[in-house]
Design a protein around this ligand. Structure first.
Ligand code: ATP
Length: 432
């Protein structure tokens, strides 16, 4: 875990927010490579939902909504609260369900009785801090979908069953944010709400479990590290009739990365009741099957799954003793950098000039880096460490034959490719 945290900082994936001021409230910033990885995950999810399903449409609802939304959804009542206990000695606070013993894990002190702690983050809209302007940062993105149910039904002329997908930020005042980016107070969700006839809900619930599990497997998550687990009845969230968690085997144990919920007609009927808007379809409230995944949590899982350390190095061709080499074996579509262009040696003006030309040629098509610093072996290793799919080397033969070597990250095999064919060849290889 510590390795992943320091790797993420060292290689520009994830930084602690406001680090120069000692960090802030367990918030994180995604660096140049982190944001690419994040965008690639979001694109993979969006493509899966929108491009591969003809009956799912997208939405981007606002983060701030009328507080009435949260009243109707049950978030302002006990439904969206965790049980909090406080140590009577050191006054540290903990989520009760996270504690193994009935003692303070920090100082061993006695704990107070549990009280409900609402996770909604309050904010004030407008210049006057009075109650009329009080609202909340959304705690889940899906409420924006439910309140737009009719707008989408009518404007897109949708018919049941159909889905609405959305990606966006959510905020929860977590009692114990922990485990790096696993549990934070600001995070991003990718949620799809599938509206269907009540009697079809069980069938679609199972359909979506399978679909979502396959999404992770197709993106390279190892089968042994992912599982779907039924949530026991007594632990179901306030809105759910049935829930299955997709869990990933993190360094700190099996933990949820995605929730699949049968929300029944909880949301549509409650919004109907509170707003007066009729959300019935053919005389009944549609049921909702929800798939809800955290971008940050899934990114963490993808990082953990891809991170490999190779003792003694990967190359067996040189005698030099190497320490541990890192290989980030991310799926090609998720890798932040697709190609790195490397002149074989520096300070040979013809080689660097040619390499820069190749770099400029590739840059509009792929996330590409140019690197001329250090030996070629070191540069390959630097690229392997961040998961760059192809390393393209410009050597002396390039100057005569107008071709380059393309090195594959996983096999380390090199092939010569004509510069004029390079874009086409890389595109094909990336889509393989
Ligand atoms: P947990 O039990 O871990 O608090 P939850 O069951 O409350 O999570 P859901 O409300 O089902 O989570 O949210 C759906 C998804 O949103 C989760 O599977 C997770 O990927 C993401 N998520 C929820 N809370 C957080 C958080 N505090 N930080 C990062 N991601 C989160």
């Amino acid at each position: 875990m510590q390795k992943i945290v320091s790797f993420s900082k060292r290689r520009g994936f994830i930084f602690l927010s406001s680090e120069i001021y000692g960090g802030f409230s367990s918030c994180y910033d995604f660096g140049p490579l982190g944001v690419e990885l994040k965008n690639n995950i979001k694109k993979a999810w969006w493509d899966e939902m929108i491009k591969r399903h003809e009956d799912i449409v997208g939405l981007d609802a606002s983060i701030l909504m009328s507080p009435k939304v949260w009243k109707a959804s049950g978030h302002l009542t006990a439904g969206f609260a965790d049980e909090l206990v406080e140590c009577k000695k050191c006054h540290h606070r903990f989520r009760k369900d996270f504690l193994k013993k009935n003692k303070c894990p920090d100082c061993g002190g006695e704990l107070t009785r549990a009280k409900k702690f609402n996770l909604m983050m309050k904010t004030f809209v407008g210049p006057v801090e009075d109650e009329a302007a009080e609202t909340y940062l959304r705690a889940e993105t899906c409420q924006g979908i439910y309140v737009n149910f009719k707008n989408i039904l009518q404007s897109m002329r949708q018919k049941l069953p159909f889905g609405i997908a959305q990606i966006g930020k959510a905020f929860r005042n977590e009692i114990n944010p922990k485990d790096f980016i696993y549990r934070t107070r600001e995070f991003e969700q990718m949620e799809m709400q599938w509206f269907c006839r009540p009697k079809e809900a069980p069938k679609f619930f199972n359909y979506w479990i399978k679909k979502r599990m396959n999404w992770y497997l197709n993106l390279g998550i190892k089968k042994a590290n992912i599982r779907a687990v039924e949530v026991p009845k007594q632990e179901l969230p306030h809105y759910a009739k049935r829930a299955v968690d997709i869990q990933y085997k993190f360094p700190f144990g099996w933990q949820e990365i995605e929730g699949i919920h049968n929300r029944g007609d909880w949301d549509l009927s409650n919004h109907s009741k509170h707003s007066g808007e009729d959300f019935k379809y053919e005389g009944y409230f549609p049921y909702v099957i929800e798939t809800s995944v955290g971008v940050d949590r899934s990114l963490f899982a993808f990082l953990c799954d891809a991170y490999q350390e190779v003792r003694g190095g990967r190359t067996k061709t040189t005698k030099a003793v190497k320490e541990i080499e890192v290989l980030l074996k991310l799926n090609k579509s998720l890798a932040p950098i697709k190609a790195a262009v490397l002149p074989l040696v520096k300070n040979k003006s013809k080689l660097t000039k040619k390499a820069k030309e190749v770099y400029q040629m590739l840059k509009p098509y792929f996330m590409t880096q140019y690197d001329e610093v250090g030996s070629i072996g070191r540069r390959y290793r630097r690229q392997d460490e961040i998961g760059t799919v192809f390393a393209i080397t410009v050597d002396f033969e390039t100057l005569e034959k107008n071709d380059v070597t393309v090195r594959d990250r996983d096999t380390m095999k090199q092939k010569r490719v004509k510069i004029k064919d390079l874009v086409k060849v890389l595109k094909e290889k990336l889509n393989e």
